[in-house]
Design a protein around this ligand. Structure first.
Ligand code: ADP
Length: 236
């Protein structure tokens, strides 16, 4: 009986996910079809041809991102996990996000780099997850505001906090943040946080959030620290 219930729950969840995906795919697909339709018009100015082709390509790229994110979410499994320096992972994520957001006047600071602290993860996947939280923090902030990435050690856990002083999140929204396809952003996929939570829990960690509307938010990733055996010869 319990198995049947669990299966039914899974089917319901899959149904919800499929409905969410269909809903997300429909808009860019309809737009792409519209622009391709324009391209087929007989008398078309060269400038319009270029414009419609660019718009169709943009929508198709968006579809591609959606499908890639969906696959990432469904697979949910980390690839090739090894002991990686959390400081180096964070630097990698910061470099990427800074290149996107600093030109628009946002400052992204690192507090307390832990280069010698290791966690068990896939370097690029973890960097992508931290980058995702940093991007969300930047999107919630205004030019001139600071986003802070803070690293701490706490009782065998590595804590990575992404702190912004942006729009903040109302309580009702807070409860739904990690649901697949939940988004309040125009053009958002609503898969970012769902993917981050899946990935971090596959590493034995947790993601939590606290937020105050109009004051900002703190997203915190906790991961178990890897203690590597010390070299008895004293050379490492
Ligand atoms: P997306 O960015 O595509 O909307 P996410 O899963 O990354 O998908 O985020 C879901 C929603 O969570 C966002 O639409 C936004 O409402 C909210 N959110 C996430 N991070 C923040 C933040 N730092 N400040 C305010 N809202 C946030």
């Amino acid at each position: 009986m319990r198995e049947i219930l669990a299966r039914n729950e899974r089917l319901v969840a899959m149904g919800q996910m499929a409905a969410g995906l269909a809903h997300q795919l429909r808009t860019p697909m309809a737009a792409a079809l519209l622009y391709v339709g324009h391209l087929q018009r007989e008398q078309l100015l060269e400038a319009d041809r270029i414009k419609f082709a660019a718009k169709a390509t943009e929508r198709l790229k968006r579809l591609e991102v959606l499908v890639q994110n969906m696959l990432l979410f469904v697979r949910g499994q980390p690839q090739e996990v090894s002991s990686v320096s959390i400081g180096e992972v964070v630097q990698d994520a910061l470099a990427e996000v800074r290149s996107i957001f600093e030109p628009s006047g946002l400052q992204i600071d690192l507090q307390n780099n832990l280069v010698d602290t290791k966690v068990l993860a896939n370097f690029k996947e973890l960097s992508g997850a931290i980058g995702n939280l940093l991007e969300n923090a930047c999107q919630a902030s205004k030019p001139g505001q600071h986003v802070i990435c803070k690293l701490e050690l706490n009782a065998g856990q590595v804590e990575i906090s992404i702190i912004d002083s942006g729009v903040g999140i109302p309580k009702a929204t807070l409860e739904r943040l990690f649901e697949p396809f939940f988004t309040t952003r125009k053009g958002g996929t609503g898969l970012g946080l769902a993917i981050v939570r899946n990935l971090i829990s596959s590493y034995g960690g947790e993601v939590s959030v606290t937020s105050t509307p109009n004051f900002g938010s703190v997203f915190k990733i906790c991961l178990p620290r890897v203690l590597e055996a010390t070299n008895v010869s004293g050379q490492g």
